[in-house]
Design a binder for this molecule. Sequence first.
Ligand code: CP
Ligand code: NVA
Length: 306
Amino acid sequence: MKHFISIHDISVDEFHQLLDLGLKLKKEQKAGIAHPILQGKTLGMIFTKSSTRTRISFEVGMYQLGGHPLYLNANDMQLGRGESIYDTANVMSRFVDGIMIRTFDHQDVLDLAKYGSVPVINALTDHLHPCQAMADLMTVYEHKGRLEGLKLAYIGDGNNVAHSLLYACAKAGMDMSVAIPVGYECEDIVVENAKADAKATGATILTTHDPVEAIAGADVVCTDTWTSMGQEAEKAERVKIFKDYQINSELFAKSKEDSVFIHCLPAYRGYEVTEDVIDGPRSIIFDEAENRLHAQKAILATLMAK
Ligand code: CP
Ligand code: NVA
C-alpha cells in the first residue's frame, strides 16, 4: 500500500490489517503504552474545506505516533493562488514524509499521488471519504464483535460518505443497502466496483429509492448531511427532496431491535436524523468520532513507517 485514497484500491487483507492495527493502537494508547512509530516524520495536511474531526484526529494522531503534523490551509498556500498540483506535489515531497489532503476534486488527490514521491492520504473529496469508512467499520466491529454477515443500511444522499461505505462494506463482507432519492444516487461506477468487490467476500449490495426496503433487517443504520460542503446553495431544494429519507424513530424501528446508529458528523438534527435517534441509546456516534483517531493512526503508521 503506497497511498490511501480509496478503499476500493486496497486488498481485503490490507483492509483487515488496517482495522487490526487500529484496534491494537487504540488499546496501547488507552493503556498508556507509547508507540513513537513515526518519530522524526512530518505529515503535511492540506485543507481546502472546513474540518473539526479530521484536523484534530490527524494532528493528535501524528503527535501520538511521535511525528509532526503540519496544518496547511490551502487558501494560505500558493495552491490557493493557482500554483499547480504538479509543483506542489514535487515541492512538498522534498519537505514532508506524507501528505494528507481534504479537497473538492478527487482528481487533485490522484495527481498529488502521481506527481509526488511520498504517501498521500485522502481526507475527503467530493467523491470519497475513506478514513471515515475505516473508523465507521472499526466502531461497528467493537459494538457487534464481527463485520462479516452484518447488514448496514445507508439512507440519504449518494455522496462521498455513501461511496466509501460501499467500498468498505464490500471489503468487509457486510451487506449494504442504500436508499437514495431519484437524481441523487451513488455514482454507477462506485456501485459497480463495490458489487465486484462484494462478490469476492460474499456480501450483497442493494440500491433502492425506498428507505423502508433498505432499513429492513439492518444491524447498522447510517445517514449523512443532505447538504455536503460545496452544496450550500442547494440546501433549500435538498431539504424538500430528502424529507422522506429522514432517520426518525418510526423508520429506525424497522431495523433490527439491537441495531446501532452511526453518522460521520457534523449532523443536522431535525433534517437527516431526529434527536431521539441520534441522541438515543443505540447511537454510537461519539465512539465513531473517536475511532477516526485510531483508524487513521493505523493508516499513518502503515504508510509512513517505511
Ligand atoms: N466526519 C468528518 O470528516 O468531520 P470533519 O468535517 O469535522 O472533519
Ligand atoms: N458528506 C459530507 C461529509 C462531511 C464530513 C461533506 O462532504 O460535507
